[in-house]
Design a binder for this molecule. Structure first.
Ligand code: DGJ
Length: 738
C-alpha cells in the first residue's frame, strides 16, 4: 500500500464519510495518552478547556472546566476582541472587518482507523463559516487540527489571517525548543524560556521553508527542556510555504500559541462557495520529555505523513560531491561499479546531465531543458540504467523542475512561465540567471508533472528522483494571476506544487523521491507525504551533521534524513575527519555516500564495505521503526553527543556515541542508555570497529537495567596503531536481546 495515499488522500476521504451527528456541549478529542477538551455549546463561543495527559474517567468535564479558570476561545477571531492576537481575520464583502464566531454544530466521523471531529462555527451576522477540524489516528499520539473557511456573501471576502490552529499554554516555567540555521547549517537547536511579549518564528522564502527557522517546535512545560522526562507539547505545521508561528505571552497568564500560513503579502480572496483550507497543525503531548514527543511524531509520520514511511531505504552513492557538474558516461559507469562493489544498492546521478542547446556545465544555464546531453552521455539514460542493472544496483536522477534559467530553451519559449512582476526586470538567483516557475499557473503545473512523467515513461526503471529547488520567490509577481489576485502568489504556488505532486504520485506511487532544496530547505511535513526523505544539508561535515541531524531528529525519523559519508577534508568546512567517525555519523540516518570512491584508499573502501553490510543487516532494521531516545545533547557542551534507537519489541537497539570536541585529560560524562527492557539481557557488539583490541565489553551481555542505570564507558579515542592515531572518537554499538 502506498503510504502517500494513506497520508494525503485520507483527509479528503474522511470528509466524504457519512457523519454521525454527535452534537454535544463538550467535545473530547483523544489519543492513547492525551486529551483535548473543548466546550462547544451551540450558539456560544467555542472554548478551549484542556490539552494534556489523557483525562481519567474519574474527572468529569464539569470538574475540568471549573479547574482551568479563564474561558479561552479555541479559535480566536479578529474584530470584537481587537486587543489580543487572533487566529483568523477577514474583511467581509461590505467592508466590515469583524468576525463574531459561535458554535453551530459538531460531528464525528470514522474511517480507515482515523477519527475526524469537526466543530462548525458561524458568524452571528454574516454568512461566514469556519469548520475547525481535529483528526486522530488509532494508536497514534498526535492530533492534527486545521480549519476550512467559507462564506455565502454576495461579493468576495478577503482573508487577512488564517492560522491552522491555536493553543493556549498556561504561563509558567515554559521553554521553547526550535530549529534555526541557514544554508550549510540547517536544523540548529535553540532553547529559550518563553518570556513576556511576542516570539515570532516565520518564513518568507516562498519556495523552501526550513533552511532558516523550522515550522516545528517543542514546548516544555516543566522548566528547562529535558530529553526523557517532563511534560512537553510538540507542534509541527504541515506546510511547505511561508509560515508564521506566534507565541504571545501577555497579562492573561497564558502563552498564546498560533501556527499557520504566513499572512504577510498574502491576503486571500474567496468567492461564495470557495473553501479555504488551512494546512494541518500536528500536536503531540508527552510526559516523557522531548524524546517522548519525537517518538510520537516519528510513529505518526511513518504511517501517515511520509511516502513509503515503513519501507527500508536503499544505501546509495550520489555523484554531486564526487564530480559536481563534471558528468560523463565513463565517470558515471565507474561510480556505479564502485558503489556496487561497496555493497550499495543505488546510484544517483546529480546535476549536469541535461541540456542540448545549452549544456548544463555549471549553474548558469539549462534548467527546464530536461533532455539528456548525449555529448556527455552517448548511451543516454538507458545506457546508465543498463550499466546499473548489470552491476545489480538501481539508478536515480536529479531534477529541479520548479525552476529555469534565463539561458534555457524553456525560458526562450515560455518567458510567461516565470515569476516576475509587471514593469520590472527580474532579480535572478543561482548562477545569476535562475528564475522560479510560477506554480500558480496550471500550465506550469502540467509542465512539472510532464518533466517527471516523460522521464518515467521513457525510463520506467528509474528508481529514485532527487527533486531540488534552489531559489526563493524573489520577484513578487505572477504573470498568470490577475491583478487583483497577486497576493495569492505565495499560497497558490504551494497549491500548484501539491497538484503536480498529487498527479505524479497517482501515476508513480513507487518511485523514491528525495526533497532537496539547496540542502535542507524542504524538511517539513507539508511535502513529506509525497517524498520519502529529505537532504539534511549541503554541509556533509560529519561533526556538524551531529548537530544538524540532532535537531532534525526532534521531528523527523532517521529514515527520512539523507546522511552521506563524504570526503576528507570536507568540501564545506575543510575539516579532516577520519573515516570511522564519518561512517559512525552517517549510519544514524539513511546511509549514503557523497564522494568519489576512486579517490578512496583500499582500507577506507574496506571500512565502507563492512559498514554498508552491517547497516543493511543490523542497523536499518532497527531504524525503520525504532523509537528514538536522545541521551546526551551535543548542544550541552559536555564534549559528547549520544542517542539510541530501540526496536518497538525492545529486542534490538543501536547506540551512537560521538565525541564533539577534544581536549587532553578531558572528563567526559558516562552516558546511560534508555528505552531498553530492564529485565532483558542484551549482548553488546561494536559496529565499524577499527581498534587493535576489541572494547572490554565486546560480546558481553548486560541487563537492560544495568545499561540504563550505569551505561558503558566509551574510550575517548580509537585504539589504533600510532600512525593512525587522531583526536576523534565515536562508537556505534548494536544491542541484541538474548
Ligand atoms: C543543491 C543541492 O543541495 C545539492 O545537493 C546538489 O544537488 C546541487 N543543488 C546541484 O546543483
Amino acid at each position: 500500500m502506498n503510504r502517500y495515499l494513506t497520508g494525503c488522500v485520507a483527509a479528503v476521504a474522511l470528509v466524504a464519510m457519512v457523519a454521525t451527528p454527535a452534537f454535544a456541549e463538550i467535545v473530547e478529542v483523544s489519543t492513547p495518552t492525551s486529551s483535548l477538551i473543548l466546550d462547544a455549546k451551540k450558539g456560544k463561543k467555542l472554548r478551549h478547556v484542556y490539552y494534556g495527559a489523557k483525562i481519567s474517567d474519574k474527572d468529569t468535564y464539569d470538574q475540568l472546566k471549573s479547574g482551568v479558570g479563564a474561558a479561552l476561545d479555541a479559535y480566536p477571531a479578529y474584530g470584537m476582541t481587537t486587543t489580543s492576537e487572533t487566529a483568523v481575520a477577514a474583511t467581509h464583502a461590505d467592508g466590515n472587518m469583524t468576525l463574531d464566531l459561535v458554535v453551530d454544530g459538531v460531528s464525528k466521523t470514522r474511517r480507515d482507523g482515523a477519527e475526524l471531529t469537526t466543530v462548525k462555527l458561524r458568524d452571528t451576522y454574516y454568512p461566514f463559516y469556519v469548520d475547525v477540524n481535529y483528526r486522530t489516528y488509532d494508536g497514534e499520539d498526535v492530533i492534527e487540527t486545521w480549519t476550512e473557511i467559507s462564506h455565502g456573501e454576495k461579493g468576495e471576502v478577503t482573508l487577512t489571517q488564517f492560522a491552522s490552529g491555536y493553543l493556549p499554554v498556561r504561563y509558567g516555567d515554559v521553554w521553547l525548543s526550535h530549529l534555526y540555521g541557514t544554508n550549510h547549517n540547517e536544523g540548529h537547536l535553540e532553547t529559550e524560556p518563553l518570556t513576556h511579549g511576542m516570539k515570532v518564528i516565520k518564513n518568507k522564502d516562498g519556495v523552501r521553508n526550513s533552511h532558516t527557522a523550522h515550522s516545528e517546535v517543542m514546548i516544555s512545560l516543566d522548566g528547562e527542556p529535558a530529553e526523557n522526562s517532563g511534560r512537553v507539547i510538540g507542534a509541527a505545521l504541515c506546510y511547505s510555504g511561508n509560515y508564521k508561528l506566534r507565541f504571545d505571552t501577555d497579562h492573561t497568564d497564558y502563552h498564546h500559541f498560533f501556527a499557520g500560513i504566513n499572512e504577510e503579502n498574502s491576503a486571500y480572496k474567496i468567492k461564495k462557495g470557495d473553501v479555504f483550507a488551512t494546512p494541518e497543525l500536528a500536536l503531540s503531548y508527552s510526559h516523557e520529555g522531548l524524546s517522548g514527543v519525537s517518538r510520537n511524531f516519528h510513529r505518526w509520520a511513518r504511517k501517515h505523513k511520509i511516502a513509503h514511511g515503513d519501507v527500508p531505504r536503499k544505501v546509495l552513492l550520489n555523484s554531486w560531491e564526487g564530480v559536481y557538474f563534471d558528468i560523463d558516461e565513463k565517470g558515471m559507469n565507474s561510480m556505479m561499479a564502485d558503489i556496487a562493489d561497496l555493497g550499495g544498492e543505488l546510484f544517483v546521478m546529480d546535476d549536469g546531465w541535461f541540456g542540448v542547446k545549452y549544456p548544463r556545465d555549471n549553474s548558469k544555464t539549462s534548467l527546464g531543458d530536461w533532455t539528456v546531453d548525449t555529448r556527455k552521455l552517448p548511451s543516454g539514460i538507458q545506457g546508465l540504467i543498463d550499466t546499473a542493472k548489470s552491476k545489480g544496483i538501481e539508478f536515480g536522477i536529479w531534477i529541479e523542475p520548479e525552476m529555469t534559467n534565463s539561458r534555457s530553451e524553456l525560458f526562450e519559449q515560455h518567458p510567461e512561465y516565470v515569476i516576475v512582476p509587471s514593469n520590472r526586470k527580474p532579480v535572478y538567483g543561482r548562477g545569476g540567471t535562475q528564475l522560479v516557475l510560477d506554480m500558480a499557473n496550471p500550465k506550469v503545473q502540467d509542465l512539472v508533472f510532464t518533466v517527471v512523467d516523460t522521464l518515467m515513461t521513457n525510463y520506467p526503471e528509474i528508481d529514485y528522483i532527487k527533486w531540488d529547488a534552489n531559489m526563493a520567490v524573489r520577484n513578487h509577481g505572477s504573470q498568470y494571476l490577475s491583478s487583483d489576485r497577486q497576493s495569492h502568489l505565495y499560497i497558490d504556488y504551494h497549491k500548484g506544487l501539491a497538484k503536480a505532486l498529487d498527479r505524479i504520485r497517482a501515476k508513480y506511487p513507487d518511485v523514491t523521491i528525495q526533497a532537496c532544496a539547496s540542502g535542507g530547505g524542504r524538511a517539513n511535513y507539508g511535502v513529506m507525504p509525497w517524498f520519502d526523505e529529505f537532504w539534511v544539508s549541503d554541509n556533509t561535515d560529519a561533526l556538524q551533521r551531529v548537530f544538524l541531524q540532532w535537531g532534525d531528529s526532534y521531528f523527523f525519523p532517521p529514515t527520512t534524513m539523507a546522511s552521506h559519508i563524504s570526503a576528507s577534508p570536507n568540501h564545506q568546512t575543510q575539516r579532516r575527519i577520519p573515516m570511522k567517525y564519518r561512517i559512525d555519523v552517517a549510519m544514524s540516518g539513511r546511509l549514503g555516500m557523497e564522494m568519489q570512491p576512486s579517490e578512496m584508499i583500499e582500507q577506507e573502501k574496506d571500512m565502507c564495505r563492512k559498514a554498508i553490510e552491517q547497516y543493511k543487516t543490523l542497523v536499518r532494521p532497527v531504524l525503520i521503526d525504532g523509537d528514538i531516545y536522545r541521551l546526551q545533547s551535543p548542544y550541552n557542551g559536555k564534549g559528547v553527543a549520544s542517542l539510541m534507537y530501540v526496536s518497538p519489541a525492545k529486542d534490538k537497539a543501536v547506540y551512537y556515541w560521538w565525541k564533539t570536541e577534544s581536549f587532553r585529560n578531558q572528563q567526559l560524562p558516562r552516558v546511560t542508555m534508555a528505552g531498553l527492557d530492564p529485565d532483558r539481557l542484551y549482548k553488546v557488539t561494536e559496529l565499524n570497529s577499527i581498534d587493535v583490541k576489541p572494547l572490554s565489553y565486546e560480546g558481553k551481555v548486560f541487563s537492560g537495567k544495568y545499561l540504563m542505570d550505569n551505561g558503558l564507558e566509551m574510550p575517548q579515542n580509537y585504539n589504533v596503531a600510532k600512525p593512525d592515531k587522531n583526536e576523534w572518537g565515536s562508537r556505534v554499538l548494536y544491542l541484541e536481546a538474548q
